[in-house]
Design a protein around this ligand. Structure first.
Ligand code: NAD
Ligand code: WQD
Length: 338
């Protein structure tokens, strides 16, 4: 299949591009590089051994999107493009709503105009909000999102559900990712956050190489086995494989399905830090700090539906995630811009 990846130079999309190409598909990328750079695409091309067609454009630019759809007969689209930093979304809500909603509406209108009706969307476990019971199942009603970023994902899910109800030929798969970490085992592509990372794993990686002094563990008094927060960390390559299967699913079904992509296992902050230290033979100094506002104690996925509908389950371990992250960090001390 010829598949358009919006936001295709980003962290999750670049790994998905590799898995799609290696499964025999033809990925095409559109990105405006607001949070990525073309070097990621060059690295993908190095891994797969052939060029990947790519366009520099804003997905909310209708004229640019029309040109891309005129030049390519797409079978499916994976919509990764979006702004994703939770704290930034609290400070800049209008920018987040504008970018994440506009890209989605423009993309869907362009797809409709060109008769492309298969869409896989990057949603997030953040749409569950702070539900009291774990694991999270797709049919659980959201407790309400805790930040504008989460609400954009919530709203986009509703927009896409509405479109698939209005036009029964549409096939939409809403993938709710849990906590993606890790990197391709080549060490060529991985997560390259701008500035000081907000998320746990990239922060740990920078402490491990001495770029940051120490990790602050946000709270050790949660009602969890060791008191630190528990999350469902999923290797980005497992996640990428899930997208390949979701495109196959969209090609053979109509309607709208919500599917969790998580391992089904929760690990604490201390589990992750200690595993990172053990498998990489490095020190990761840390201090216990106050809880981070807005954080929840624990969440993890019920991945039963992904197994049933897609035949997918996560295969990589927390050890793999820690090893692969560290390899990318060591090989790319300044990220892609080095
Ligand atoms: P990322 O920032 O690395 O990738 C997003 C890409 O979209 C970037 O390359 C960025 O330049 C591009 N982009 C943003 N706005 C654009 C626009 N208007 N036009 C064209 N390109 C645009 O992030 P990621 O971690 O790879 O996330 C990919 C998707 O998955 C996002 O939608 C994110 O919200 C979602 N998601 C991420 C996580 C996570 O923890 N990383 C978890 C759940 C969901
Ligand atoms: C994980 C754990 C922190 C940093 C976020 C988004 C979510 C989704 C995935 C997009 C928590 C602890 C963290 C640090 C720490 N993204 N921590 N010290 O908050 O689960 O999810 O990314 O959809 O929407 O909210 O991920 O990696 O920030 O935190 O102790 O310096 O690590 O308290 O328990 P989170 P995270």
């Amino acid at each position: 299949m010829k598949i358009l990846l919006t936001g295709g130079a980003g962290y999750i999309a670049s790994h998905t591009c590799v898995e799609l190409a290696q499964a025999g598909h033809e990925p095409v990328i559109v990105d405006n590089y607001v949070n990525s750079c073309p070097e990621a695409i060059r690295r993908v091309e190095q891994i797969i051994g052939r060029p990947v067609p790519h366009y520099e454009a804003d997905v909310s630019d209708r004229a640019a999107m029309d040109r891309i759809f005129e030049e390519n007969a797409f079978d499916c689209v994976i919509h990764f493009a979006g702004l994703k930093a939770v704290g930034e979304s609290v400070a800049q809500p209008l920018r987040y709503y504008r970018n994440n909603l506009d890209t989605t509406l423009t993309l869907c209108e362009t797809m409709q105009a060109h008769g492309v009706k298969r869409l896989v969307f990057s949603s997030s476990a953040t749409v569950y909000g702070n539900l009291p019971t774990v694991p999270y199942r797709e049919d659980m009603t959201s407790a309400g999102c805790t930040n504008p970023y989460g609400w954009t994902k919530f709203m986009i899910e509703k927009i896409l559900e509405g479109q698939s109800t209005a036009d029964h030929e549409w096939s939409v798969v809403l993938l709710r990712y849990f906590n993606p970490i890790g990197a391709h085992e080549s060490g060529l592509i991985g997560e390259d956050p701008a500035g000081i990372p907000n998320n746990l794993m990239p922060y740990v990686a920078k402490v491990a190489v001495g770029e940051l002094e120490k990790l602050s563990i946000f709270g050790n008094d949660y009602p969890t086995p060791d008191g630190t927060g528990v999350r469902d960390y999923i290797h980005v390559v497992d996640l990428a494989r899930g997208h390949v299967l979701a495109c196959d699913y969209a090609a053979s079904h109509e309607g709208c399905e919500i599917i969790n992509l998580g391992t089904g296992h929760g690990y604490s902050v201390l589990d992750l830090v200690q595993t990172f230290i053990r498998v990489n033979h490095v020190d990761v100094p840390y201090v216990i700090a106050p809880r981070r506002p807005g954080d929840i104690a624990e969440n993890w996925a019920d991945p039963t539906k992904a197994r049933a509908l897609l035949g997918w389950q996560a295969e990589k371990t927390l050890e793999d995630m820690c090893r692969d992250t560290f390899r990318f960090q060591q090989k790319n001390p300044k990220g892609y811009r080095g």
